[in-house]
Design a protein around this ligand. Sequence first.
Ligand code: KG4
Ligand code: ZN
Length: 352
Amino acid sequence: MERLCLFSEKSVDIGSDSNADNYIMAIESSCDETACSIVKNGREVIANIVASQIKTHEKFGGVIPEIAAREHMDAINIVVQEAFEQSNLKPEQISAFAGTVGPGLVGCLLVGLNAAKTLALVHDKPFIGVNHLNAHLCANYIDTDIKPPYMALLVSGGHTQIIDVESYSKQTILGETIDDAVGEAYDKVARLIGLPYPGGPKLDKLAQDGNPNSYELPISKVEGYNFSFSGLKTAVLRLVKSLKQQNNSDELTEKQIKDVCASFQECVSKTLAKKLKKALIERGYKQVVIAGGVAANSEIRKKIFEFEKDGYKVNAPAMKYCTDNAAMVASCAYFNTNTFDDVDVEVFSRVH
Ligand code: KG4
Ligand code: ZN
């Protein structure tokens, strides 16, 4: 696809139909990671820098938007400089600069997006604005030769969607959560059993040592491809309360914690795998990918990779490309033409 340099209006051919090699530098700052990457032709990561704010937000048990935005401001120039150093490329060699437009925390997005726009303006290159959710899906193109069509399960801190990806740019959301996102449910359940932020990965680790059949938890009965996780979260809350009563204590035993985690994880992963399989069968697809921070989850990965036994081709990004990163943003700028290329584009917090 032809894209224009911001000042000279020189045209640059970018994307899978381009004959020349493309090096896209992307910036991601939608939540609590300040990230900058350079990706060659959408699949080969030349530089990948991520500055995480977990240490800061740990103290508060969650992301504080204003503090996150300030930390992005401290980190942004450093991650850009480090990405250039790691790649050994000069700004002139970059084909285009990309940045996440939304959804995300507005103050945080502004920092990264303005940096990407500024780089494009200063170096007279095209600017490509990217949707964060589309970017998560594109993490599956990194280091692979995967091409649409495929069915995708996108599971992150803010979203839970089953997406029919017909082509690089044509995607249809078949279903999504009607209340909590999976990552949100993980973080809330983790908090109520006393695990520090971010609870998802810690809960996953404990679950691996627990018995998934210890406690029966309700599987939501939402129609079609939609999901609901708030009832499950309330059921875990009740279970934890009754266990504490049984113990005559304000604490759970180590075994109880592991078993609660394993039972919760079993219930979530079963629900996700079941609906994803249904979508695959109904659409007749043979290829399936998972994406988003929760795609790093051991049991969800395991249950979906089991589809391979039934002849499906399954892919999940490497762990570092599941959680927020800029390589997926660069890949998305390359492959997906549904981008926001106007340098005046404004950040947005959620999809309407
Ligand atoms: O995609 P992501 O980095 O940020 C958003 O766009 O939301 O996802 C972050 C979410 C958090 O809720 C985190 O707890 C969850 O992903 N997460 C996990 C695991 N690793 C990250 N949840 C369950 N198991 C994991 N291993
Ligand atoms: Zn994300």
